[in-house]
Design a protein around this ligand. Structure first.
Ligand code: PLP
Length: 479
């Protein structure tokens, strides 16, 4: 994707793809939107997709597939064992990452489950730049403890730091001296802190320390596509490297690489690569127990075919740049008018900084989820809370306040058009100007684990009705 210059000097992100299959969308009146979010317990995950106009919940499993991926699905070789589709994928993926061993699993969290089960012992520590929701649960279920080693700058919401996903190397050095480390995990890019990338320099630093201490390094490559783009444009040493070379250099820093194919290859599934035969063999033993045979790993062979083709997109600059360039554009449009957003723009989506968007809502009333609910009401856009609601209570039942209160509006790749983006920007700006009308939420049903998936909340007071009235006053008959 390129920023093309128009005759008036305006720079516009121009799509390097065309749309050939479409899905009809519906934008319901505001009354119906309030009704839908009430039934969903103010939880974006419980909304029906048919009630959503622009689905910015995630990029997981909802990136647009290419024509070549869809065509490949027709060639799938259905076999319990030894499917030709699998061998195609295995060969491709081993070559791209230059790693000798590969295992499929049904999605990213399945990899986390198996890696945690095999490599974590009771009371082990798993240092990482930042946790992801499912990763943390699997580490803890296996008896381990997550230690986040993100640099201080990583948590500055607004900043100029190019690689806010970097791990603090000094803290890592201190921690590994203490022992009990199961493995060190790097997430590139980071999901919960605004899709912020990790530099190759930092990955090399982590690898050097771990090698010295004989500690395994694990890369969560689910969001690697955006990360590679940032390595290429923000990191001097990568600017003259091809994408293939950047991936190979990143790969050299790790013993194990796992990924969600729902994100990385615009298909469904997941997978793990191993440098060492012993690690591979240990994990392979569990594949038939939890996933299926090792030549499908719980993934349909049609999806395996589409993964084998989708992984090629990782090497295509038009593809890897599409998400970040669109995200940078929205971030710029919002920032220009003072809407608080995470900067610099990262991957995955645009992130609203809700601590500033609704400073009057305390953290125990879930400010980011309140903004999620309000934005859905005024626009039909569904985002995801990435803040205190996404952080479970501790073992004493106390609220654990998240370091950041973000509303993530994910930009699945090649899905939305620029006019839809402009609509989103317009409604976010309107909401920000009327943010004093947004109120807090409280749980009425609260699961103990990963509460953000199934928990239900209700508004504190009647702020949603007040918001509707102001919307109708300003937009009259417009949806
Ligand atoms: C960084 C990261 N790791 C792991 C996962 C889990 O992958 P999956 O949804 O395929 O289970 C995700 C999913 O969003 C993710 O963003």
């Amino acid at each position: 994707m390129n920023n093309i210059e128009f005759i008036n000097g305006e720079k516009v992100p121009l799509e390097m793809h065309k749309v050939r299959v479409v899905q009809k969308l519906k934008l319901m009146p505001i009354e119906d939107r309030i009704n839908a979010i009430t039934i969903a317990g103010n939880n974006a995950h419980l909304l029906k997709n048919e009630d959503v106009f622009l689905d910015m919940l995630t990029d997981s499993g909802v990136n647009a597939m290419s024509d070549k991926q869809v065509a490949a699905m027709l060639e799938a070789d259905d076999a319990y064992a030894g499917s030709a589709s699998y061998y195609k994928l295995e060969e491709k993926i081993r070559k791209i990452f230059d790693m000798p061993y590969f295992l499929p699993a049904h999605q990213g969290r399945a990899c986390e489950h198996l890696l945690s089960k095999v490599f974590i012992k009771q009371n082990d520590i798993v240092p990482m730049n930042y946790h992801f929701t499912t990763t943390k649960v699997h580490v803890e279920l296996a008896g381990g403890k997550v230690e986040e080693l993100i640099t201080d700058e990583g948590l500055y919401v607004e900043s100029e730091v190019a690689f806010k996903g970097d791990m603090d190397i000094i803290k890592l050095k201190q921690l590994v001296e203490r022992g009990n480390i199961a493995f060190v995990r790097v997430e590139a890019g980071t999901n919960l802190i605004g899709g912020q990338p990790v530099s190759l320099r930092n990955m090399r630093g982590v690898s050097e320390i771990c090698k010295k201490h004989g500690i395994k390094t694990v890369l969560d490559a689910s969001l690697l596509s955006d990360n590679i783009y940032f390595n290429k444009i923000r990191e001097e040493q990568c600017s003259n490297m091809s994408i293939t070379e950047i991936i190979l250099e990143i790969s050299k820093c790790f013993d194990i690489i796992y990924f969600s194919a729902r994100k990385l290859t615009s298909s469904r599934g997941g997978g793990m690569l191993f440098r060492n035969e012993e690690d591979y063999t240990k994990v392979r033993e569990l594949i038939p127990v939890y996933e299926g045979f090792s030549t499908y790993g719980g993934i349909s062979v049609r999806e395996i075919e589409s993964m084998a083709v989708g992984i090629d997109d990782l090497l295509d600059e038009d593809f890897v740049s599409q998400g970040p360039i669109f995200i940078a554009e929205i971030t710029k449009l919002l920032k220009e008018v003072g809407v608080p957003v995470v900067t610099p723009a990262g991957g995955l989506g645009v992130h609203l900084n809700c601590e500033k968007f609704v400073p009057h809502i305390p953290k125990n009333q879930y400010p980011a989820n309140s903004v999620m609910s309000a934005l859905y009401i005024v626009s039909g856009i569904r985002g995801t809370e990435r803040g205190t609601m996404s952080t479970d209570k501790n073992e004493n039942g106390e609220e654990v306040f998240s370091k950041l209160e973000l509303l993530r509006l994910a930009l699945p790749r090649r899905v939305f058009t620029l006019s839809q983006i402009k609509y989103a920007v317009d409604r976010i700006i309107w909401l920000y100007k009327n943010s004093n009308l947004i109120g807090g939420l409280k749980f009425i049903e609260e699961p103990k684990v990963l509460r953000f998936f199934f928990g239900k909340l209700e508004p504190i007071g009647d702020w949603q009705q007040n918001l509707k009235q102001k919307f109708k006053q300003d937009f009259k008959n417009s949806l």
